[in-house]
Design a protein around this ligand. Structure first.
Ligand code: DX5
Ligand code: ZN
Length: 218
């Protein structure tokens, strides 16, 4: 089986020492840094904006995986691209002109990801699968860390992996929400390439060990 990656979500980090938290996950072997942008409108919670991404950018060499949970994402992609995002993922539910939005993200020189809520059928993104760099399967309803993994994600991951193989598409498959040491293997076996984990990583006594375990290396 190919190696799986981990993208810790800084949503669950200690914000009073965010810089240290980022250095800690980097030293512990994370592959990407997942940054949850919430606007209090598309989702009930509010987190951070492009200014924060810009400030933490010099602290890490790892790709910044920016997950936009906002309405009107087209109004924000430029700011996040300039701030140092490497991958920008948008929700199909908030993107009226999804194809154009994804093309714009690529024109900005960034990887373009698409994601969908647990209740949104996979066919809603079918027409853009040929051109996305990443598909993010939400395994919780977005808005908060620490929720329970919704198992319908497993079937969706497997379907996406099958479509990718059949059609020769290039996207990677990322999973976000409720990932922990106990289910990481099952999720990876279903076909996921990148696992996001927030509370499981930052709530751990031994963060380095948990990162290794979620990656299947310990
Ligand atoms: C949920 C966010 C997730 C969240 C994951 O809206 O998109 O990235 O931080 O947190 P855990 O791993 O605690 O479910
Ligand atoms: Zn996320």
């Amino acid at each position: 089986m190919k190696k799986r990656k981990i993208a810790p979500s800084i949503l669950s980090a200690d914000f009073t020492c965010l810089g240290e938290e980022i250095k800690r996950i980097e030293a512990a072997g994370c592959d990407e840094i997942h940054i949850d942008i919430m606007d209090g409108n598309f989702v009930p919670n509010i987190t951070f904006g492009a200014a924060l991404v810009r400030q933490i950018r010099p602290l890490s060499q790892k790709p910044f995986d920016v997950h936009l949970m906002v309405t009107n994402p087209e109004q924000h992609i430029h700011a996040f691209a300039e701030a140092g995002a490497d991958i920008i993922t948008v929700h199909v539910e908030s993107s009226l002109h999804l194809q154009r939005l994804l093309a714009e993200i690529k024109q900005l020189g960034k990887k373009a990801g698409v994601t969908l809520n647990p209740a949104t059928p996979l066919c809603m993104i079918e027409e853009v699968l040929a051109e996305v760099d990443r598909v993010l399967i939400m395994s919780v309803n977005p808005g908060f860390g620490g929720q329970k993994f919704l198992t319908n994600a497993l079937e969706r991951i497997a379907k996406l992996a099958k479509i990718r193989e059949e059609k020769g598409y290039q996207y990677d498959i990322e999973v976000d929400g409720g990932v922990h040491v106990g289910n990481a293997e099952t999720i990876a076996m279903a076909g996921a390439d990148v696992l996001v984990a927030g509370s499981a990583v930052f709530g751990a006594d031994d963060l380095e060990l948990v990162i290794k375990q979620i990656k299947g290396e310990a």
